[in-house]
Design a protein around this ligand. Structure first.
Ligand code: DC
Length: 237
């Protein structure tokens, strides 16, 4: 079974999908981490050697860069592991700068093609998957058994992200966070290739006034009865 969950930054996707996948015993596929890893590798990895991606790079050049970055994506105990050479990437993928860099490189068709290939390959290794990102239901797994678009109002999303960063000792004022999230949403939803949008047949779920456990419960209910959902139109729960 494939559950594909898309939506903007701060909608609660990662938190909820991690718990949902764990409870269902499914693979948790965080596709955003893969875009973050490419952004990181282009800057940091041997072979990436600090080359900046120009505004409109030649896609062959991007493919060459991807071929040179020693990124490996694998599954361990139902979780995605990302290596650059022999370095396991984790916290270095989480800062605000890497979020913006990931959004920038995610508009490049060569990067998308490279990662979508990996995402489908990884999904084939797990019997069942909860995938989350921006295009998992529209492009990566259009035949997913359950498609959901999670969202929340901008203020709530910014407050959640600020609190997350706060816990890591990174202070970003709420207004600044709101601005950054808004800019990223815009870039992610207006790009030419695989823009962020609800998939045909996706269930729309606004998490602004919901607790994490409520969202997980609703998704779990949907996962247990995906055939009961209306697959012809977007639907508010
Ligand atoms: O979900 P996230 O914040 O970790 O994603 C970081 C960026 O990666 C996001 O701003 C756009 C890009 N991304 C994408 O284009 N497609 C995906 N399926 C996942 C993420």
């Amino acid at each position: 079974m494939i559950i594909a969950i898309d939506g903007p930054a701060g909608a609660g996707k990662s938190t909820v999908c991690k718990i949902l996948a764990h409870r269902l015993g499914f693979v948790y596929l965080d596709t955003g981490a893969m875009y973050r890893a490419v952004a990181w590798a282009f800057k940091e990895c041997p072979g990436g050697d600090g080359r900046q991606i120009e505004a409109d790079p030649d896609q062959n050049q991007v493919m060459e860069m991807l071929a040179q970055t020693p990124l490996i994506f694998s599954l361990k105990q139902n979780r995605l592991e990302i290596y650059c050479g022999d370095r396991l990437l984790s916290e270095e993928l989480r800062g605000p700068q890497i979020s913006e860099a990931a959004s920038r490189i995610s508009r490049l068709p060569a990067v998308r093609q490279f990662l979508v290939g990996w995402q489908r390959k990884l999904a084939e290794q797990g019997t069942s998957v909860v995938a989350e990102g921006r295009d998992t239901a529209t492009v990566v797994f259009p035949e997913a058994d359950l498609k959901v678009y999670l969202t929340a109002d901008l203020r709530t999303r910014a407050a959640r992200r600020s609190a997350e960063y706060d816990e890591k000792g990174v202070k970003v004022p709420l207004g600044e966070m709101q601005k950054r999230i808004q800019q990223r949403d815009e870039a992610d939803s207006k790009r030419d290739h695989s823009p962020m949008r609800p998939a045909e047949g996706a269930i729309l779920l606004d998490t602004s006034h919901l607790e994490i456990e409520d969202v997980v419960d609703r998704l779990r209910g949907l996962a247990q009865n995906p055939a009961g959902t209306d697959s012809t139109a977007h639907k508010e729960l």
